[in-house]
Every structure is written in structure tokens, then in C-alpha cells.
Write a protein that binds this ligand. Structure first.
Ligand code: GLC
Length: 657
């Protein structure tokens, strides 16, 4: 094993930037090589020639996107997803998966929302933790990204995210802080500036916060092309500039000769990279799944993230009926977004109507291709199933609308004149608006970008083999103009986070705004009753909350229950409620399950910028258990009284009365 002292200065400098798009140098043979590649929904590994030029991409299993995963609210599902992806990295000799992205879905328009978990920091942190564990337990590294406040795609390399300290800590850094407990091997810094300093040169965030406060001791790498000047990034402790950049060597040599960077600073980053290289090569990795097993995992995982948003008259599940299948935007589902998260999947595509027919031989599922005459024929079938897309989502651009396709809206309008039993399936990566047409459909299934297994998952759900169990990890606004944030771009250099803490349901619930579908919402074929909430105090700010859920239906199903905390009469502005726990549980027909969740200091804390620390105020707090953020089933108040000097003096004392 070598360290920085065994390398020449030039070998060190060359190690501080990539060898090409995906690999590091081997320091003239002194080190083994490592290969890193995207991405969040599966292996995107380019085949490189001896010059490092791309000659192709290895086909891989297209798993659900991160946003569809998040709608599962299922820790085990997210863990299995990580394991399944990592299995393909092992098979093809890649060492680091450049994922997961945990940026907060501040605006529903962000083009990469399909690559992110949620509008809520707690949910994003808890699920990204599982993703990292799933990948790294297979001996493959991860890259927690994009650090930080990278919440839109337009002007991502030039705009400064102007965000106040409290908002930064409570909303945008918390997912990273929680995910870091899974010890990701690397963190990827973002392109943007944060409060006027590029992420790649932001010593306060990279060194003071990420390393010293959060305890991260792995490699900080740049996003691809996110380093402005290599020596400035080095001084901020950015270890690795990716990809290879021809300016890195001359910039580092020049800075060294001018005394702008020291041997100590150089060796610190070089040793971090050497440690990473050895870590990649010291794992006991083995391939666990066949291609078919990975595909089956993709199907099972996709099932967990499908969200049923409407189901009037229990139209679904449907069996033994005559169903017309209208694939408004084409028979091939949109299974992911474009850009670095794209996976070149080589799965054998089967039409949804064929999958439905196979699942339900007693029914008849007829695809239609030419629509004009069909509208009138729709009266002759029991139900019409329409599939459609929303505006395409991808890296480097943001959406301009939350609407589904115009053609899909036309189909809904026309078909609803002849048949009221419309089942709409939407393939999308982030929030959609439904106000214009929701009254014209009986059932609405939000598929997400569900990977190669999505249509098999849908066939199981639509025919009732399994109940839908997904719930929204982001609010669907009534319409774009009522969204909590549509970006607040002052110019190409400034994005003002003026909404502060009021992101997503924090905004809608605090200001009592109408929404299309609330955060945490999703329907089931089963019916659940919540009862018998008990709260046990374990310490100053430690509590155990337990409650019972009973499945009163005849259908086995999973239920996602959510735990929210509300600070009563706070001395600072706080959102109406904040998610601080959740559980997804299979509850068989007619059975009950007792669920217990824990609350701790950070469940009650806010970031106090006067104390420059997380702080729990002595006060009354309302503990709420809900089936969604707007369907609170159980609630109880508790008091916190901590005898510590950081508590405010009482005002009676101050006025001397
Ligand atoms: C891209 C993305 C990042 C990705 C990297 C490598 O620009 O921002 O998420 O991992 O470059 O493709």
C-alpha cells in the first residue's frame, strides 16, 4: 500500500483529476485503476477504447427512477434496488455508482426531479441512506450528490443559490446529513454557487460543514466539469476533479510554484484518493443475480412505487371485463428521464394490453391505434384505460409545464362523452397537475418513471393481484401557478430561495393552500383504521410513539403511516408540520398491526442561527399520525421542558413585572 509520499509531484497532480471521463490514473502503475459511472437507475457504463474514447454503452437493467422509488416509502425496497444495481457494477468491473441524488424538490419544474427523492428532507435522507447501504453492502461505492442546493437545471453552472443559513441547514443539508450515516465513499459537489461561492471552491460547505461537522471522511469529487480553478478547489478540500481536465496540471503546477498550495494540502487530497482506490479493490464482491432475477427485482420494486390517486366506485381492480387500451403517447412506456441517469436497457418489451390479458384471461383488453372513430366505440366497452406521459424530464433543462400531453387530454375529453369508466395511467418523473381533467376520469394511477418492469407491475395492480401501496413523496399542486415555488430567478446568476423553509407541504399546509394531491397521499384496495395512540417519554427529547392499524377489508395490503410533529406557539417561524417518521407495513385482511416509531432531539429541533446550533425549545408539541399530510388519524400533545441555559428567559422576567 502506498501513500502520497511515494508519488512524484506530477503523479500527485495527475491523480487529482480524472484520467478520462470515468477512470483515474494509476500513477505510473503504482496504483490499481478504478472505474466510476452513473447512475441512480442502473449501470450506465461506457465502453472506452485505449484513448479513453467512448465506443458504446453496456446494456443494463433499467430500474425505477429515484422519484418512483421514493413513492414506495419502503426502506427495504430502496435497499434491494441499491443491491440490484450494484450487482451489475460487480459483473462489469465498475467500482463506484455516481448516485444517489438527494437534492430537494424545491420546484415541481426542476428537470431532474425524477432523480431526487422528495420535497421533504427527512424522507429524502431516510431513503437515500437505504440506497447507499444497498449499493455499498455489495462492495460498490456511491457518490452522494449534488452537494448542495442544486435544485434547478437552468443556469446550473452559473447561478448562485441564495439561501439563508437556517433554510440551508433544515431543508437542503439535512438529507445529506442523514445519508452520510450510511458512510458513502464519495460526495459529489454541485455545479452551482451557494451564496456567491462555487460549490467546488466553497470551503465553508466542503470543509467546515461536510467534513468537520458532518464527519465525512471520504473523497469529495466534483460534478463533471464543475471545477473552475483546480487549485482553488484543492484549497477548499475538493479531492478529485472529474472528468480529466487538461488545465488541471498547469494550474496546479503554477499554484505550487507561486506557493498558493502546500504539500500538506496536496497530500491530504491525494491520500483521500489513494484510500478510495484501495477501498475499491479490497471488497469481497460477487455477482448474486441473473439478468432475469434483476428484471424481476425491477418489477417488484416498481410495484411498491405505483400510486393510486383516484378510484371512484372501486372501478379498480378490474377483471373479466371488456377494456379498451388507449396508449395516447405510444405503446412503449416512458421508464426514465434523459441525461446521465439514462440506462440503455435491453429488456424485452411487451405491450401493456398483452400483459393485462395474460394476468386476466377472463377479461378482454383491446389496444386501439386509430383514435378518431374509436371515440364512439368506447360506449361498447366496460372501461377505457388510457396511458400517457407528461412533459419529458431530463438533465440540463427544466420543465415548463406540469400538464400531461395534449393528446391525452383530448382523449379524456372525447372518451368521457361516451364512457365514464376511464382509468388513466400517467408515466411521469415528478409532480403533474390534474385540475383540468381529474373530474373526467374514474381512476388515476401515477406510475412514476418505473423502469423496465413498470408495465408488469401495473398489470398486477390493475387486475388486483396486488394492491397499490405507493404514496406521493412530493405534493401535486392544483396547478403550476399555485405551486409553492416556480423558481425565483433574478437573472442567470441568481436564484433567490425567498420561500425559505416553506417548501412543498410545508408551504401548502402552513398557509392552508389547496393542493391537487397532498404529500404522503395514496389509495389502496384495502381500508385501514388507525387507533390507540400511546406516547412514552424516554428522555428530555426522546419519545416512543405507538399506534395500531387495522385492515378492515378483505384484501391484504401495505399501508404507509406517517409521523408529523408540530411546534405549538414557537418563538421562530416554523412550518405547520414536519415529517419525522414513517413506516410501511403489510397488514393482512382483517388483521391489526402495532407500530412503534421513535422521536429524538432532531425530531423537535430547528436550526437556531443566533445560537448557530440545532435547538429544541421548551414548548408544547403536537404529535400526529397520518395516512397522508392532510389525513391525520391520531394526535396527542406532549410538553418538552429542558433545564438548559439556551432556553429563552420568560418575558415576565424581562419586563420586570
Ligand atoms: C452530470 C451530472 C452528474 C453525473 C455526472 C457524470 O453532469 O450532473 O449527476 O453523475 O455528470 O455523468
Amino acid at each position: 500500500m502506498i501513500t502520497a509520499k511515494d508519488l512524484t509531484l506530477e503523479e500527485k497532480f495527475l491523480l487529482l483529476t480524472g484520467r478520462d471521463m470515468w477512470r483515474l490514473t494509476n500513477a505510473n502503475g503504482k496504483l490499481p485503476e478504478i472505474f466510476m459511472c452513473d447512475g441512480p437507475s442502473g449501470l450506465r457504463m461506457e465502453i472506452l477504447d485505449e484513448n479513453g474514447e467512448k465506443t458504446g454503452t453496456i446494456p443494463a437493467t433499467a430500474m425505477p427512477t429515484i422519484s418512483q422509488l421514493a413513492n414506495s416509502w419502503n426502506r427495504e425496497t430502496v435497499y434491494l434496488n441499491g443491491k440490484t444495481i450494484a450487482d451489475e457494477y460487480v459483473e462489469h468491473g465498475a467500482h463506484i455508482n455516481l448516485a444517489p441524488g438527494v437534492n430537494i424538490k424545491r420546484s415541481p419544474l426542476c428537470g431532474r426531479n425524477f432523480e431526487y427523492f422528495s420535497e421533504d428532507p427527512y424522507l429524502a435522507g431516510a431513503l437515500s441512506y437505504e440506497y447507499i447501504k444497498g449499493v455499498q453492502d455489495k462492495g460498490i461505492g456511491t457518490s452522494l450528490k449534488h452537494f448542495c442546493a442544486n435544485n434547478k437545471e437552468s443556469y446550473r453552472v452559473s447561478a448562485s443559490s441564495e439561501v439563508d443559513e437556517r433554510t440551508l441547514r433544515e431543508i437542503y443539508l439535512t438529507p445529506f446529513e442523514m445519508a452520510l450515516k450510511a458512510k458513502p465513499w464519495t460526495v459529489m459537489c454541485s455545479y452551482n454557487l451557494i451564496n456567491g461561492v462555487y460549490a467546488s471552491e466553497n470551503k465553508k460547505l466542503l470543509k467546515k460543514v461536510l467534513r468537520d461537522e458532518f464527519g465525512f471522511n471520504g473523497v469529495i469529487m466534483s460534478d463533471w466539469g464543475a471545477v473552475g480553478n483546480r487549485y482553488k478547489a484543492l484549497k477548499a478540500t475538493l479531492d478529485l476533479q472529474m472528468p480529466y481536465h487538461r488545465c488541471a496540471l498547469p494550474e496546479l503546477k503554477d499554484a505550487y510554484e507561486k506557493g498558493l498550495i502546500t504539500d500538506e494540502e496536496i497530500d491530504y487530497c491525494v491520500n483521500n484518493i489513494i484510500d478510495l482506490i484501495y477501498k475499491c479493490h479490497s471488497q469481497n464482491t460477487k455477482v448474486e443475480y441473473t439478468k432475469e432475477q434483476r428484471h424481476q427485482n425491477a418489477v417488484e420494486i416498481a410495484k411498491e412505487g405505483v400510486v393510486m390517486l383516484k378510484n371512484d366506485n372501486d372501478l379498480l381492480p378490474i377483471k373479466g371485463k371488456k377494456v379498451m387500451v388507449v396508449t395516447a403517447d405510444g405503446p412503449i412506456p416512458r421508464i426514465g428521464g434523459t441525461g446521465s441517469a439514462n440506462v440503455s436497457a435491453d429488456f424485452k418489451f411487451i405491450k401493456l394490453c398483452d400483459l393485462l390479458q395474460e394476468k386476466d384471461p377472463t377479461g378482454s383488453y383491446n389496444p386501439v391505434y386509430t383514435l378518431n372513430p374509436i371515440y364512439t366505440q368506447c360506449a361498447e366497452v366496460d372501461a377505457v384505460l388510457i396511458t400517457c406521459f407528461a412533459e419529458a424530464e431530463g438533465e440540463a433543462y427544466d420543465r415548463t409545464s406540469l400538464q400531461i400531453s395534449k393528446f391525452a387530454i383530448e382523449c379524456i375529453e372525447e372518451i368521457s362523452k361516451h364512457n365514464k369508466n376511464i382509468i388513466l395511467l400517467v408515466y411521469a418523473g415528478s409532480a403533474i397537475e390534474t385540475g383540468d381533467w381529474i373530474d373526467k376520469v374514474s381512476s388515476l394511477i401515477y406510475c412514476g418513471y418505473g423502469g423496465e418492469g413498470i408495465d408488469q407491475a401495473l398489470a398486477s395492480i390493475i387486475t388486483g393481484e396486488v394492491s397499490p401501496s405507493g404514496k406521493l413523496a412530493e405534493t401535486f399542486p392544483v396547478s403550476l401557478d399555485q405551486a409553492s415555488c416556480k423558481f425565483n430567478q433574478i437573472n442567470g446568476f441568481l436564484e433567490d430561495y425567498s420561500e425559505k423553509l416553506m417548501v412543498g407541504y410545508r408551504y401548502y399546509d402552513t398557509y392552508n393552500k389547496q393542493v391537487g394531491f397532498p404529500f404522503g397521499y395514496g389509495l389502496s384496495y384495502a381500508k385501514f383504521e388507525y387507533s390507540d395512540m400511546q406516547i412514552k417519554k424516554l428522555g428530555d427529547t426522546d419519545f416512543e410513539v405507538s399506534y395500531t392499524i387495522t385492515n378492515t377489508s378483505k384484501v391484504d395490503a401495505k399501508e404507509v403511516s406517517q409521523l408529523y410533529v408540530k411546534h405549538i406557539l414557537p418563538r421562530v417561524i416554523r412550518p405547520e408540520k414536519e415529517l419525522k417518521g414513517f413506516s410501511k407495513d403489510l397488514i393482512k385482511a382483517g388483521e391489526s398491526k402495532r407500530i412503534t416509531l421513535k422521536l429524538d432531539f432532531r425530531s423537535f429541533a430547528y436550526y437556531n442561527v443566533s445560537l448557530d446550533a440545532w435547538h429544541v425549545e421548551n414548548a408544547t408539541y403536537e404529535i400526529m399520525v397520518g395516512a397522508s399530510s392532510r389525513d391525520i388519524k391520531l394526535t396527542q400533545k406532549i410538553k418538552i421542558e429542558r433545564a438548559d441555559e439556551t432556553q429563552n428567559s420568560t418575558y415576565t422576567h424581562i419586563i420586570g413585572s
